[in-house]
Design a protein around this ligand. Structure first.
Ligand code: AMP
Ligand code: ZN
Length: 659
């Protein structure tokens, strides 16, 4: 049996179709060149393997014949015998082939020693190479051709040889830029669209038509492309080869993608519960129904000297009753209202000192405990104790929740010390100088702050800006004074990002990004893998920090029932006060259900939990593992449901109120 006899069979090879983006290319049978010193089992093994795989095969026994054959056929795979240097120099052959212009896309394989000469072993080897490197080279060649052509054109594009046939992979296709701006790449044999026919169908004057094409071409050749544009282009391309049902579904996808509010669920207009729509309108709008001329002036509380405050000198000399309470600070069920009472409504300084010490904040910032204390003091003093909800007890509560979350294994494993410090500072400052009114109210009232921040994230911008002003105004409060510029900038950036994330207009954006980037990929690996992956991606750390402060900010429905009820009472009272004032001043009432004469607090809590809390805490629990919180949430929800079923509108059943 000699190899030459077999060549007759080798021409029955078949073609394969390869998809590259929107292009469908035909790959003609792979050509293989065997360069062997002599015929033996190994060379025969490859020969018969090529036969089995449907490849075209040539054999060469010398350098000269190998080169001649390669220059003629440009084989995709070359197998060189590298076992027997006595007869010829394999490396020299390899170098000579590589020196030729067209060898760039050829895969060269060296047979080092008599490995496995069985046809099956050789076949497996070759097929693997075909589907790996050869296929990649093939796609690369197609893309190269395409980009080279694109580079040379300004308008609609058709890539062909001189006789209107393109031979990228020896397939015929043309590439057209349509009037709507999407690329179409069609198989010319089926239903090709070429530029000339489009142009001649148009009734526009040629010059106008040319201009339009060239400007579209320019738009499409923009190198700075927004991710959403890339996504839309990919979908456009995928539509090309899709069945009509898929193409239509993708049309709907495109329509959604082109709208701006990607992360905001659309509330039904008719049957929506008014509690939900009021909460959503009140918390997620920036006051589109804004009136001018009704300036809202909130109480200025910029007092920086607070000698009247009972402030400890160090964490170790707090009064025993406070110290005793703080012993339980690491528990989720810690009672912040007791701390509020024993500290004379200044829980933030005491809890802050304890928690910041636990997380080594002074050490990280290289600042004294005295500076930290003075800072906590000035921040707390700028919370309004007259607000029923947004006072320093709420800030202390959010700080407490943040510290609790930072203690969870997965959170700890995903973040750096800088992130921990940033999160604790962000929680502390996140509502400073809150006027007890919502963003919508401030915008409607045309308040100074709304004007300053252009009706956009008004309160959150103010909390952050004021906190940095207060901190850096005087070196005795300046906890950042001893850290270097770069560290300060990173820390500042992280703090700003977290406080701005508490703005409710972005609620669904933050939750959805967290679910998509953290929860979903998390299921694919081990815990260590997961946290390592997160640590390597600062963007993911950012999503975690945002989610953490958001959850800490609205964790009150996950607190033990009594605490949850107290918080619900406080936020309702603050909303009622806002409605009272809106009515008094003739401003639009942003949350009409929060009218103290008619409001059902249980209904409002059910809506708040249904709309904002359940999904977010499900996602956060899936990451941080928080069974205690989830249990409280379920209990509390049941509490509100029971009251609502009994048509009770207050915080407790009348019988419980008497207790
Ligand atoms: P922040 O103003 O930073 O505290 O953002 C949290 C938002 O959630 C605020 O607008 C609160 O009014 C709102 N919120 C928090 N807890 C509740 C609750 N239990 N019921 C209704 N709204 C709440
Ligand atoms: Zn808050």
């Amino acid at each position: 049996m000699t190899m030459k006899k077999k060549s007759v069979f080798l021409y029955q090879a078949s073609t394969a179709e390869v998809q590259v983006g929107p292009m469908r290319l035909t790959q003609y049978p792979i050509q293989v060149l065997l360069i062997f010193a002599k015929e033996d089992n190994q060379s025969n093994g490859f020969w018969w393997a090529c036969d089995r795989a449907g490849y075209r095969c040539n054999v060469a026994w010398t350098l000269e014949s190998a080169l001649e054959c390669f220059l003629d056929k440009h084989q995709e795979i070359i197998v060189i015998d590298h076992r027997n240097s006595k007869y010829f120099d394999a490396e020299d052959i390899c170098r000579s082939i590589r020196a030729t212009e067209l060898s760039e896309h050829t895969v060269i394989l060296a047979v080092q020693f008599m490995e496995n000469s069985s046809v099956t072993a050789c076949y497996n080897e070759l097929v693997q190479i075909e589907h790996g490197e050869v296929r990649s080279q093939f796609k690369l060649r197609a893309c190269n051709a395409l980009f080279t052509a694109l580079d040379h054109c300004q308008e609609a594009v058709e890539i062909t040889s001189e006789d209107h046939v393109i031979q990228v992979g020896r397939e015929i296709f043309c590439f057209v830029l349509t009037e709507s701006g999407s690329y179409k790449c069609k198989n010319r044999r089926k239903d090709s669209v070429d530029v000339k026919s489009i142009t001649s169908q148009s009734s526009d004057a040629p010059s106008l038509q040319t201009r339009r094409y060239s400007s579209m071409a320019r738009i499409h050749s923009m190198t700075i492309e927004a991710p959403i544009t890339k996504v839309i282009n990919i979908i456009n391309a995928a539509q090309e080869n899709s069945p009509i049902t898929v193409a239509e579904a993708l049309d709907r996808v495109l329509e959604i993608l082109r709208t701006t509010e990607l992360y905001s669920p659309q509330l039904g207009t008719k049957d929506e519960d008014p509690h939900t729509s009021d909460l959503v309108g009140g918390l997620m709008n920036d006051g589109l129904r804004r009136l001018s001329g009704n300036e809202y002036v909130f109480s200025k509380n910029m007092n920086l000297s607070h000698t009247h405050l009972p402030v400890p000198n160090t964490i170790s000399d707090v009064p025993p009753c406070i110290a005793q309470l703080l012993d339980n600070e690491e528990s989720w069920d810690f009672n912040i209202f007791e701390l509020e009472a024993v500290t004379n409504k200044r829980p933030l300084v005491y809890l802050g000192l304890k928690v910041f010490a636990r997380f080594g904040v002074s050490e990280f910032l290289n600042c004294s405990e005295a500076t930290l204390r003075a800072w906590l003091q000035v921040i707390e003093a700028n919370y309004h104790s007259s607000n029923s909800y947004h006072n320093s007890t709420h800030a202390a509560d959010v700080l407490h929740a943040t510290a609790f979350f930072l203690g969870k294994e997965r959170v700890k494993g995903s973040l750096d010390h800088l992130d921990e410090v940033a999160a604790l500072i962000a929680a502390t400052i996140h509502d400073v100088d809150h006027p007890g009114r919502t963003n919508s109210f401030l915008c409607n009232a045309g308040s100074e702050l709304a004007v300053l921040y252009n009706d956009t994230a008004v309160l959150e911008s103010h909390h952050t800006a004021l906190a940095f002003q207060l901190t850096t105004k005087d070196s005795k409060y300046n906890i950042f004074k001893n850290i270097d510029r770069n560290r300060y900038r990173t820390l500042r950036q992280a703090i700003i990002d977290m406080v701005l994330a508490t703005e409710m207009t972005k609620h669904f954006e933050h939750v959805n990004k967290f679910v998509n980037s953290i929860n979903k990929p998390m299921n694919d690996g081990s815990n260590t893998e997961c946290t390592t992956n997160i640590k390597n991606f600062p963007d993911n750390q950012t999503l975690i920090k945002r989610m953490m402060i958001k959850c800490a900010d609205v964790a009150n429905p996950c607190r033990p029932l009594e605490l949850c009820i107290e918080w619900a009472g406080r936020i309702s009272e603050e909303y009622f006060a806002q409605t009272d004032e809106e009515k008094r001043q003739g401003l639009p009432v942003v949350m009409p259900v929060f009218d103290r004469n008619t409001c059902s607090i249980p209904k409002s809590q059910i809506s708040f939990i249904d709309y904002f809390i359940t999904d977010m805490f499900d996602a956060w629990d899936a990451f941080a593992h928080l069974p205690v919180l989830m249990q409280h949430l379920a209990n509390n929800y049941k509490h509100w449901k029971t009251l609502d079923d009994l048509k009770c509108k207050s915080l407790r059943l009348p019988s419980e109120n008497n207790n």
